[in-house]
Design a binder for this molecule. Sequence first.
Ligand SMILES: Cc1cc2nc3c(=O)[nH]c(=O)nc-3n(C[C@H](O)[C@H](O)[C@H](O)COP(=O)(O)OP(=O)(O)OC[C@H]3O[C@@H](n4cnc5c(N)ncnc54)[C@H](O)[C@@H]3O)c2cc1C
Length: 637
Amino acid sequence: MELNARIPGGSLAQKWDRHRFEMKLVSPANKRKYEIIVVGSGLAGASAAATLSELGYHVTCFCYQDSPRRAHSIAAQGGINAAKNYQNDGDSVHRLFYDTIKGGDFRAREANVYRLAQNSLSIIDQAVAQGVPFAREYGGLLSNRSFGGAQVSRTFYARGQTGQQLLLGAYQQLEKEIAKGGVTMIPRCDMLDLVVVDGKARGIVVRDEITGEVRSYAADAVILATGGYGNVFYLSTNARGCNATAIWRAYKRGAAFGNPCFTQIHPTCIPVSGEHQSKLTLMSESLRNDGRVWVPKAKGETRAPKDIPEDERDYFLERKYPSFGNLSPRDIASRAAKEVCDEGRGVGEGGLGVYLDFAAAIKRQSEAKIRERYGNLFEMYERITAENPYTTPMRIYPAVHYTMGGLWVDYNLMSTIPGLHVAGEANFSDHGANRLGASALMQGLSDGYFILPYTIGDYLAGAKLAPITTDAPEFRAVEAEVNQRTNHLLGLKGKRTVASFHRELGHVMWDHCGMARNESGLKKALQRLPELREEFWQNVIVPGTGQQLNQSLENALRVADFLELGELMCVDALHRTESCGGHFREESQTPDGEAMRDDANFTYVAAWEYAGEGRAPVLNKEPLQFENVQLSQRSYK
Ligand SMILES: Cc1cc2nc3c(=O)[nH]c(=O)nc-3n(C[C@H](O)[C@H](O)[C@H](O)COP(=O)(O)OP(=O)(O)OC[C@H]3O[C@@H](n4cnc5c(N)ncnc54)[C@H](O)[C@@H]3O)c2cc1C
């Protein structure tokens, strides 16, 4: 497999400008002749679909929810980064670039990250022009707050509903284009496979969730903007429907999968309360602007938090990382929380929790001020836990939140299958081994509003595409495979539910490929996962038929893919014997327990290639070159 990142020449600051000039254009009269499929209508998909349609292409956009407005992006709480430097606190495009490269533990491409920082400026302008109600200062200027891994305030926010407000902005653009006829929106459809003709992505096969009909769509280019795969862990902060099917099927058709084991564990989530749970709830990182994280100094402490005096508390993030304190990056804060809980100093039932305490902030700024800033998050916390966070510290614990891994893409966001582009959380992205808070929304919108509209044109202008319809034999063959897989699942009539398989997969992944990983655990997982998969294909029960709304079937198809992806994640985690960012290999740590990279051997993107059923995936390496930042041991001390 050839991995050509197609990074343009020139200085870092000029690459994107230069590339935009050098890329081929499609004339306005020709754009309407092209058909583009966009799978996904979250921030990445909706922004791409709307913008491409505004340019004149015809777009067909798919989502599995009943409305594009329900994409998981709506859940994003805390904010979106941009190097506007409105606070005059020392921010710049270069600083955002540097923070992101360092935050990702030097495992992301310099050129992509720099472009992301450049585009961040336009994203805010675009969103403001759409009417996105970002928080403002008393005088009317846009307000900012701080997020982890940064010492400047560059996060724009709309209370704790930034994703929702940004998505409404993108959605209204999309609706406008739907009304004009430029976008055909097809909700309640699951993409179940990709169709490749003459080596190029030419369409998809979907299942209509309402009628069960399996049908095909042909196009000149396909964009996958299908979100992240954190639900491979069963419990995560992701919406229940988030899945890997689209990218996993594309992987099996020839798209390389980049860094699959790079998962983000978010430090501030409501702790797991029992086996009955089907999802976890995030408490936004923005809370760490004012909340202080602590545990009792003594093991096995039973007193209520208010009865524990100051000198018997360990504000462990402030103690260990005095420069960044409670705003240390997520991977570091998560591991620190795990460490104190492993020592027996965790709080709450089972000891898997730490306090996030607002008492000092309330005393300093008043309850009204804190309510104004985080009111909806506090309310959500109280509804779930029945505890009042204005008077009792929140209890939080790390949980799976985001996947930095995804389909490998070049600088144009094109995968290793020509014509197949990947945007948003679905691609292996710009976040290296750890994403900084408030940068996923930035990346999804940068991809959709400001990158794909250029790079798709370049692809279409250069590709020699023969006309195609869904009558082509390649579509028939993929449809047959999809029907066969679906019917097989329905016909098994086994004894074990889909949820039970998914839960066990989640346990295996969390125990062995979660916050800390080691060789022996990963090998155990690699032994158990094929057994679990085999049992799934013999003993799963999927009630109902394929010709109706059947959520068990939808879930079964997703879990079948998760079972395979989980194995690839473990293979990737096992081969990367260094620690970096969210990938913490216990064998590779500094004397004070921090992640220790092995730059001599692992300064590359691991791009895995599908080698066929029963064959080990093939590792391809894209070397990462750092010409503008110096590789160094990350320090937030
Ligand atoms: C609770 C929470 C809070 C967050 N807060 C922040 C934050 O404050 N700031 C920040 O930067 N990031 C945040 N993130 C991360 C961020 O929200 C996501 O990374 C981002 O929204 C993903 O956008 P996306 O467009 O790539 O995918 P999504 O929004 O997940 O959209 C995926 C789309 O693909 C469709 N789809 C998926 N599979 C298929 C299929 N097989 N067939 C058809 N359609 C399919 C879905 O219907 C959907 O339309 C948060 C994440 C969570 C979980």
